[in-house]
Design a protein around this ligand. Sequence first.
Ligand code: NOJ
Length: 765
Amino acid sequence: MNRLHLLGLVTTLLMAPAFADTQPKPPQDKQAFIADLMSRMTLDEKIGQLRLISIGKEMPKPQILKEIAAGRIGGTFNSVTRQENRPLQEAAANNSRLKIPIFFAYDVVHGHRTIFPISLAQASSWDMEAIERGGRISAIESAADGLDMTFAPMVDISRDPRWGRTSEGFGEDPYLVSRIAEVMVKAYQGGATPNQADSIMASVKHFALYGAVEGGRDYNAVDMSPMRMYQDYLPPYKAGLDAGAGGVMVALNSINGTPATSNTWLLQDLLRKEWGFKGVTISDHGAISELMRHGVARDGREAAKLAIKAGVDLSMHDELYASELPGLIESGEVDIREVDNAVREVLGAKWDMGLFADPFLRIGKAQDDSADPGVENLQHRDVARDVARKSMVLLENRRNTLPLEKQGTIALIGPLADSHIDMLGSWSASGAAKQTVTLRQGMQAALGDQARLLYARGANVTNDSHIVEYLNFLNWDDPEVVQDPRTPEAMIAEALKVAQQADVIVAAVGESRGMSHESSSRTSLDLPESQRELLRALKATGKPLVLVLMNGRPLTLKWEQANADAILETWYTGTEGGNAIADVLFGDYNPSGKLPISFPRSVGQIPTYYNHPRIGRPYQVGKPGNYTSQYFEEPNGPLYPFGYGLSYTDFELSPVRLSATKVRRGGKVEASVTVKNTGSRDGATVVQLYLQDVAASMIRPIKELKNFQKVSLKAGEEKVVRFDINEDDLKFYNLQMQYRAEPGEFNVQIGLDSQNVQQETFELE
Ligand code: NOJ
């Protein structure tokens, strides 16, 4: 017996009580333990570990229990409560031959039972501490429901808002998304390794480049230069992994001609060798079979072979590993070592989740714990409210229409004003619609009897029955877009009657939550016609018109910008949304959010991301002229730029001060500005630092965000904000794919959005 074996045996003996009822003793050596365990596994048991099944209608419960006890399932997703998961774990950890625990995963993306604002909204807060709190609570709540892993954070850079999954990510900017990726992973995992009862493993997704699907059409192909990949799209995944994420979900799209699921360069050369990732890779739902549809595998056998060889460890809801790997190994087309590598990663993830030390770590053993997600969870509501109000962006506020006074009569109108389900946004885990606070409820609670609140629905989200049918078919068991059977005219007439009695109109308009979701790409980003008609009628009353937008992506808002007196972008705000929006509308909270993604003027101008490459004939605002890069029918550029957002107070920035105008390699420059709250209310803003490489060996972006600070200032208060700029901030991937800073001039731009900035220049010697 060699040393490793001996160690394994000793560890196994130490381990034995872990599966008995006595206090579990954590095994000491991960690698030795796994090596020993694997030496005792049959091929069937090994392949079983690679199978991740969805608990749902697909397989009856007795069958699942049998499969688990036979060692043919490695983990599950979509079963959520302790009661549901406990028998499954008992089948694995008590009844299977080797007693290998299974793990439970779920899409906990922006909250579990308490739902926080959608990811895009959280990114709008630019508040890492708020995001961290939301992530931590998500982990605590989901772990308490017996879950071990989340399929999150989703850190795909998205520059095309036609893509419905824009709602799930953190926007268009590599730096901002990377910062959030890091915070989220740490919050979920609660430390380097998620082996505590209140932590869950994070799996960064969708690896890679999913947000760059052509035309924003979901599941479409991606074609991208290596420089853009490394510079713009890959950093957030890397940041999540450097923060310790234990899992990576492989994307559904192809990259430069090879599906991610069969992409050896992506999953081995980049992920394992270059980045040193040591965790588990998970296919997306059914992605291995889709290799046939991509046209890179003739049949299921070839699909399984390509995926395992590329390095996909867990196969999500896809039976091809189970059906094909035995034959592939027998024929020698797949080496057992390739399967072993995958099994080792799955077992390693289970170790890291603490499941070998105690399979019931998160599930517990009690039989009487509450399991009903319908049961009100009040514990985290104050945090949800706070994160939600920090996530809203004030886009317009003419004549200080906002905040509203708590007096007189307010007309609240719109299809989203009282819709519980839409408060949740996409991927709402175990969030219960009936527990959400709608805007109507939130405003009513804020007003009490100080003012009269009138309500009318005014319109359906859309009148297009095909769209309604699609949305109701898409994902959910119960149809969630419920149409008001009245005619559009009757609904508008009612709304006008209400509006005429009011001093101000608040119109809650936007998208139903399913419109910004997986498989919800759009060709138009306008508000649906039913709602535009309503808004035109409300505008004609001549009353002040406040728009409260609920949507999961940038919309095209030319008419709304020109006609509304105020526009508050609330995204989907989650469980406490209505209270949080009311806080902002009535000035109990001064909005401080900034857009994490540009808003295009029209779909035809997409993409409008701010950090695009420089060009030879740039469009100049105010000086259009012929033969410049532009669309000639309308002003060019975003309607609302990246980093933009107003406040109820005003902020002023001093010119930029630099500590030096020349800097050597390895040195640093300090850039500082004084930011002053010149208005009469306390408030917060985000001071943003951008850099522009004046001339380089290849084309560089117009500017790139390199740092930011969220600053709170009392009325009249000022603060100096300082940023260190070092050589790393100046580096980029050059044409030889070397990550280098080049000597020469750099413009330092500091502003409160990406367009209005103050500039100074220094030189790297
Ligand atoms: C498919 C989605 O692309 C992915 O994001 C999600 O995690 C899985 N389904 C599981 O629900």
